[in-house]
Write a protein that binds this ligand. Structure first.
Ligand SMILES: [Zn+2]
Length: 156
């Protein structure tokens, strides 16, 4: 009986169910709690709608090779979170909403490129654009990272 039930569950599950939103939820748990195994992660994701099961978590772990993700892997998980969110076209607002911090004003940290002179012609640089990212860290909680990029002032 149990076996048959599992088979039905398996058939219902497709990897398409592992959406960017699911990946992000799993990564957020791992960033907050480095080194958790699949079972602990799915336990912490109980009550999500649509539900995130052990199978979802397993697929995410396999896809991104997250087994043995200890504390040293927290930054990898962070980078992965950014790239998944960016590829999926998520705005920082959307990520904030997904992570349950909707409406909160996030602390902001600016990362300004250190390059003061153009590497090619040595002219001074000007700020070209900035890129906002919502970031969650184990130590700081959630904050907004603003990456300020620079370019050559004379467009050499
Ligand atoms: Zn230049």
């Amino acid at each position: 009986m149990t076996k048959r039930h599992e088979m039905i569950e398996d058939r219902k599950f497709t990897t398409e169910a592992v959406t960017d939103a699911v990946v992000i939820q799993v990564l957020l748990i791992l960033i907050r709690h480095p080194g958790l195994r699949t079972g602990d992660v799915s336990h912490r994701l109980k009550g999500q709608s649509p539900p995130i099961t052990m199978q979802h978590v397993r697929v995410v772990f396999d896809r991104y090779n997250l087994d043995d993700a200890g504390e040293k892997k927290t930054f990898e998980a962070l980078n992965l979170l950014w790239s998944v969110a960016e590829q999926g076209g998520w705005s920082s607002t959307e990520i904030a909403r997904a992570t349950g911090s909707n409406g909160c004003h996030l602390p902001r940290i600016d990362f300004i490129a250190e390059m003061d002179n153009c590497a090619v012609c040595r002219a001074t640089t000007v700020i070209s654009r900035s890129k906002n990212r919502t970031v969650v860290t184990y130590a700081e909680g959630m904050f907004e990272a603003v990456e300020v990029q620079k370019k050559c002032s004379v467009d050499c």
